[in-house]
Design a protein around this ligand. Sequence first.
Ligand SMILES: [Mn+2]
Length: 446
Amino acid sequence: MKILKKEVKTGEKQVVVVMKGAQKSYIAPDVPHAFRQKSHFRFFKFKSFFKILVFRYLSGITTSDCYYLIQCGVQSSSSELAILFANRRSEYEELWEGSLPTESEWEKTSKFSEIVPTNRLLQTLEKVVDKGTAVFFDTNSDDFLAKFLQTKANSVRDINHFIERLRVVKSENEMDSMRDVCNLGGQTMSSMISGARNLHNENAICGLLEFEGRRRGSEMQAYPPVIAGNLKNSFLAILNLFAGGVRANTIHYLEANNDLNPSECVLVDAGCDLNGYVSDVTRCFPISGYWSDAQLSLYEALLYVHEELISYAHNMEKVRLSALFKRMNELLAASFSELGLIKSTDHKEMIHLAEKLCPHHVSHYLGMDVHDCPAISRDIDLPGNVSFTIEPGVYVPMDWNVPEFRGIGYRIEDDVATNPSGGIELLTAAVPRDPIEIQRLMGTSE
Ligand SMILES: [Mn+2]
């Protein structure tokens, strides 16, 4: 509220924040999808310089179909109203869906001044919002409500950017949550790899991932995992190319249901969800446990880039994701030239070819959401306790002029955080990246 009060225009006497939680969605009539609360609606702790202030970020409530309203006068020092709009369940609904936390539990977790049924939302807003009000609202979340607020208030502005400015910098408590979930995500990935040898369908890997994560306490997968085999080498598979041969080269390939040929490498990008925070790790490995020469040499060329990026980030005066991205393209160009995958001596052309081979950014922020805080620029100097990924990749198109690498797609992705005292902490260090260590994990190397 302190930040928002600085944003008010002349004539605006109060700030009202309206947040909409995630709605329940259905996979079939009467059958709901697994529910995940919108992250802005979740739990948050913020550390100031001298004392720990505990905020509920912004409510701590993990029930579906709720709204949250905070009201604060521009002159007053604390908020005057904090209302949770939520529906109680009938006895019949409880029979099907279980019981909700009690009202006093809700009140206690989040210090709400009132709990009001959702159907009284508009009625309440009519009373609270007037022409002297600056409303802050997630304008993407509800067209109807956005229009309604526009007719009542002096101004309606998007709140996401303001919340993301807080969320992108983690408190010490949040950093502990990040370490926990990254450990969990790392162990899940490692155990999956150790059990994946000779599985012959991407779907089996998907099941194994879910098993290894959940049995360690992951609440759900952080996002639908990408599990993608490379090009199948057999002649029949090449004929079948357009039916899905180069899945690993589809960056967001989500089907995860194709057969795996024993000669393939598989790319697995997966994360765990624990206490509202998520991990995001990618590893690639040969499904047989043995790399072919081309698979190994391209992997090593990418691993070199990955390792250089980790140490580059660690030694940067101030970490800046855009600088890391620029560095990635230079490293890819150099490494792939040495390998013979890029055949050009012109520096500009080499960078251009590197960008063709890896068309995505090197990083995104990480936290309560996998692509966390998208409104925060990647072109800023980062303070301590900002978590992000480092994920160089290579996806060799089928018409690339170096045939031996065609159809191979790799990404090596780890989770890191900036240290307050400088340098970065590698949160997923325990997951093997070295090709021999990966083989050890699979039981095909001493
Ligand atoms: Mn990622």
